[in-house]
Design a protein. Sequence first.
Length: 408
Amino acid sequence: MGAPSLVGIGWNTGARRTSPPVFTDGVRAYIPVMARAGAAAATFAAVAVVCSVAALATFGVPVYVCDHRVTASPWNTVDGLIRAAGIDTSPGDLVDVDGALLEQGGGQPSRCMLNGVEAPRGLRARPFDRLSVVPGSAIVEDVRVEATACDPQLQVTGSGSFVEVQRQGRPAKALLRRGVSTGKVLGAKETSPAVPERVVRFQYTCPSKIVVLTFDDGPRSPYTEGILDALKEEKAHAVFFVLGSQAEAHPDLLKRIADEGHEIGNHTYSHLLSAGSDHKEMEAEITRTSDVVKAATGRPTKWFRPVGGALDYGALRAARDTGHTLVLWNVDPRDWDNSRAASIRGAARIVSEVIGRPISNGSVILLHDGGGPRGATVQAVREIIPALKRQGYKFCTLSELYQHLGLD
């Protein structure tokens, strides 16, 4: 048989084909052979790829990790290579200017460089990639210099109810070096020394036989009502140094105290601030309590008693800056001792602590209508008032005492 004829297909002719091409038997036999050859080639290529992948999986690919050639799986990531090589990628530390550790791991993180370019940890490695790790480095925190002032010490003499400043104090001034990141004080340099404030506690010399009953930590039901009933029966006045939190909870008792002619003093809001407390915090609590009292009675407070009688520069300054007069006491029958107050003989002991000793004119007696069980105090008040009356004493508020002394 001769060579296959391509006549009738219409290739390489410029004529317009008007009918389908006609294949000879030779052409029909040639086309299936070509198809079978193409399929075989494709199959061979696929098998080659599979074999190559299998070989890579078995023998791995060469990769350079920190200049050391290693054989890795073709599916290994940057993170996997780092772990396999045991490379430390911990961040650096945060240190102060002297090199002391402030925060472990608070410095610069490490970086992974793949072929000289920073790479994410999840990126897959390719044959002959070069992976290096730039270790984490320390960060030296920034430091700022700030001026500060420290309250002076308070030098206190005497033991009376009233306080007088004999010499004004002066705060110590210093420059602090403080870490910006941590707030840690890295050093201080005093620029001006403190001058202690000198105060004296004393009693006014009072010609009249008058005393001031004071009650702290209330108002609290039923003890405040019991004390008010006893005062009303004896026609005696007193001073109630209230807690703002208690006063806010019992505005009716607060109003009754004022309506019955008694005086309301300020004993902070929370009863949590004592010696060493920041004077700004104390000022805020004094002001808040005064506002509570004014809302219930129409009048703000003007007398202040620090918690526990803790007398320091902060308490003195807070009283002065809020327009209050600081008042303590000179007679303490220890009714605040709950074990004593709860005992059967508690009232008798409180009474004996008051009338069993000489009482000077103008004395300020400390008692409590809150802060614990005060049933013994209520009973003691019913005995103290008539007992002191028999000695010729009258009972007044602090404002009335000041009027007697001409100190309005």
